[in-house]
Design a protein around this ligand. Structure first.
Ligand code: AMP
Ligand code: FE
Ligand code: FE
Ligand code: ZN
Length: 283
């Protein structure tokens, strides 16, 4: 059986529901050989993940899911094996985390007009120093019996364009890729086919990202839509981009299960060979 390689997961350091230690334990249970921890806009979970993996035989790829914005839409960029001390990258991700927090507070202010919810509730719920996102607000709505799960919270209350939605600052994808490459990392567009073929990135725009160092596309992801994936498979071939597969595990926060998609070991080798910012941790 090929090794299971899951290159996209979240812990409580962002919007997952498990600590990095619990994510590694879950990875072992799920039979993963390699797992990347890719919390939103932070590398703060890496050390705990390495410690938890020590002696288990599981390989940990340190990563991050970088928030970017393009034409008013949120685009996520997976950044593998970056130098976590890189000053420009640190400054930008710190700015995003601060703006995320301010934005979440604004969302909660709006919600407070209609629901029994306060910013204190969200802060009490989110892990100390965690990258704050709408999932933390969703969890408070669940705890108060207002919705059943995060899915319902997003669908009915927190979706973009909805009454309570507020966007947050994020750099454009080109700038984010430049920052990741300058930090020795390997950038891969996360779930690039979720909005369907009508809104897939144009070949021309993709060419700019490839010129800046984009390395791959996460083509195997449960939220990708098949018609858009078909187009992007052609683009990947044309530009020589790798294709990855992953779960986007968020613990109990999403139905996504570890190892439900896997990345080819040859692709992982290429990602590791291209990186200069940090090293995989062999547990
Ligand atoms: P934000 O970071 O505040 O923009 O919120 C986006 C995050 O919410 C994503 O990273 C997902 O983890 C999560 N998310 C988005 N849609 C859903 C959903 N339908 N169910 C559960 N989590 C979701
Ligand atoms: Fe998330
Ligand atoms: Fe994402
Ligand atoms: Zn993710």
């Amino acid at each position: 059986m090929p090794e299971l390689i899951d290159l996209h997961t979240h812990s409580r350091v962002s919007d997952g529901t498990e600590t990095p230690t619990e994510v590694i334990q879950a990875a072992i249970k799920s039979g993963l050989g390699t797992i990347a921890l890719t919390d939103h806009d932070t590398t703060d979970g890496w050390a705990e993940a390495f410690e938890a993996a020590e002696g288990t035989g599981v390989q940990v790829i340190p990563g991050m899911e970088f928030s970017t914005r393009w034409e008013g839409k949120s685009i996520h960029l997976l950044a593998y094996l970056i130098d976590p001390e890189n000053l420009d990258l640190r400054a930008e991700t710190l700015r995003i985390r601060e703006e995320r927090s301010r934005r979440a507070e604004t969302i909660v202010d709006k919600l407070a007009n209609d629901f029994e919810i306060s910013w204190r509730d969200v802060l009490d719920h989110a892990g100390e120093g965690a990258t704050i996102g709408r999932p933390h607000i969703a969890d408070v709505l669940i705890a108060k019996g207002i919705v059943e799960d995060r899915g319902q919270a997003f669908h009915e209350i927190l979706r973009p364009g909805g009454h309570y939605y507020v966007p947050h600052y994020a750099p454009d994808p080109l700038r984010a890729i430049q920052l990741v490459v300058a930090a020795g990392g390997v950038p891969v567009l996360a779930h690039p086919a979720t909005r369907g073929v009508g809104q897939v990135i144009s070949k021309q725009n993709l060419a700019h990202l490839v010129d800046a160092g984009l390395f791959g596309l996460e083509l195997k992801h449960r939220e990708n839509q098949a018609d858009a994936v078909a187009v992007l498979e052609d683009y990947a071939k044309y530009f020589g981009l790798v294709s990855t597969g992953s779960s986007d595990y968020h613990g109990a926060g999403k139905p996504n299960r570890l190892g439900e998609n896997s990345t080819d070991s040859k692709v992982l080798e290429r990602i590791i060979a291209a990186a200069t910012g940090s090293s995989p941790f062999q547990g």
